[in-house]
Write a protein that binds this ligand. Structure first.
Ligand code: SDX
Length: 402
């Protein structure tokens, strides 16, 4: 391993690919999808249109958007056999564990998923057939992400699964599948539907975060995209990453009230507690998404009523932002305070990471497609190490060992 050196812990400053998809400037607090500022997209676009932009690199024409939406809607349906799979989980199974398994389950019956096993040729430039297969799997995974998430939610409540009417938006259909209890002409609350769609858009991609790296690392062996997405879900599940939106609320509940914030801050500084929802590997001033989350929260609370936890969250934010310990470490609120909105909308706490995974399937697939069609084909990701273990030594029989 001569000449190799370990990149800073946790890939601190390691670039493994070139990408045209998402741009982040951590010092300036900038996030752009294919060059479009996140602030403009959050205000003017919607999650499904932004999904098209992330995957294909351009904002769709009316016809392209119509066809994309039709394909995603068509592929939203999950095979009836899946019901038994979902009902096999224990009543208290964590929905993120169910979703992770569900994506691998999908891969178990989409046989054309694994070109290298089915002998199907991999993408080569200009090969329309393999590009069409890549796109079909993208429609399927984006469409089914909402259905699988809704099934994970309803199975725990012992409710039957429902298919939404096709006129509803991507996010509206998701809310329908989650909440429909048989009412005539059910339609989601438009303010809550818009708020969730903005949050989906904000969570759609974030360049090479831990879960996206996991998806690409996994897919680089040419396994099918369903298995790679399942691996991404497993990585996102962790409290340092997508699981933080659930951890933030558990933290705020444990703090209890604004009066307890100073003691909590002390405990964090003594490293006895973690301040979830703060800090970021890349953003060292602010996470631009957090400002849009704040604005979206104000809209939602007008409908749902204000959550008392907000007082604790604001007290925590104000205390941390002027405390030298956090300022010196450049710790600012990240996107994961959106848990306050999910809570106000009535989602169960352990469902929050699922609300992160559903939209992030888009970004994972945008990066997967970029890798699958790159010039020169797919190279397996196989990093090296610097070996620091024992040098050569000979085996000793157990009787002669101390
Ligand atoms: C997401 O990568 C992405 O893009 C992720 C994401 C995406 O969209 O995909 O943006 C989504 O995952 C946002 C992050 C959600 N996680 C949390 O909110 C969990 C709490 N945050 C921390 O665990 C932490 O900030 C990380 C994991 C987010 C970042 O960790 P880093 O980059 O490895 O930073 P670090 O641990 O090296 O921290 C530097 C210093 C350390 O102190 P010292 O050892 O130098 O004294 O800051 C401290 C850390 O102890 N620190 C914190 C802290 N985060 C970092 N101290 C208290 N509370 C925190 N939250």
């Amino acid at each position: 391993t001569k000449g190799l050196r370990v990149s800073d812990k946790g890939f601190l400053n390691t670039a493994v690919i070139q990408s045209e998809i998402t741009y982040i400037d951590g010092e300036a607090g900038i996030l752009r999808y294919r060059g479009y500022p996140i602030e403009q997209l959050a205000l003017k676009s919607n999650h499904l249109e932004t999904a098209y932009l992330l995957i294909y690199g351009v904002l769709p024409s009316k016809e392209q958007y119509h066809n994309f939406r039709l394909e995603v809607t068509r592929h939203r349906v999950v095979h009836a056999d899946a019901e038994g799979f979902f009902r096999s989980f224990r009543y208290d199974a964590h929905p993120m564990a169910i979703l992770t398994s569900a994506f691998a389950y999908l891969g178990s019956y989409y046989s054309e998923a694994n070109p290298s096993l089915q002998g199907q040729k991999l993408y080569t430039k200009g090969d329309a057939e393999s590009l069409e297969m890549i796109d079909r799997q993208i429609y399927r995974l984006i469409g089914k992400a909402t259905t699988l998430a809704a099934m994970a939610y309803r199975v725990r409540q012992g409710r039957e699964f429902v298919i939404p009417p096709s006129h509803l938006s991507y996010t509206g259909s998701f809310l329908y599948m989650m909440d429909h209890m048989g009412e005539e002409n059910y339609t989601p609350n438009p303010v809550l539907e818009k708020a969730l769609d903005v949050l989906f858009l904000l969570h759609a991609d974030h360049e090479l975060n831990a879960s996206c790296t996991t998806v690409l690392q996994t897919a680089s062996s040419l396994v099918d995209p369903y298995s790679a997405i399942a691996a991404g879900c497993a990585s996102l599940y962790g409290p340092l990453h997508g699981g933080a939106n659930e951890a933030v609320i558990r933290m705020l509940i444990s703090i209890g009230s604004p009066e307890n914030v100073p003691a909590f801050i002390q405990a964090v500084k003594k490293r006895e507690k973690t301040l979830s929802g703060f800090g970021h590997r890349v953003y060292k001033t602010s996470d631009p998404r957090s400002f849009i989350v704040r604005k979206t929260a104000d809209e939602v609370f007008k409908v749902t009523g204000r959550d008392a936890l907000l007082d604790t969250a604001m007290a925590l934010h104000d205390a941390a932002m002027k405390d030298e310990y956090f300022v010196r470490r450049k710790l600012a609120p990240n996107v994961d305070f959106c848990g306050l909105i999910y809570r106000a909308m009535g989602f169960p706490l352990d469902f929050f990471p699922v609300l992160f995974a559903v939209p992030r399937v888009v970004g994972w697939l945008a990066h997967w497609r970029q890798m699958m069609i790159q010039e020169g084909g797919v190279k397996i990701w196989r990093p090296r190490q610097v070996y620091v273990g024992p040098s050569k030594r000979d085996y000793e029989p157990i009787d002669s060992r101390a």
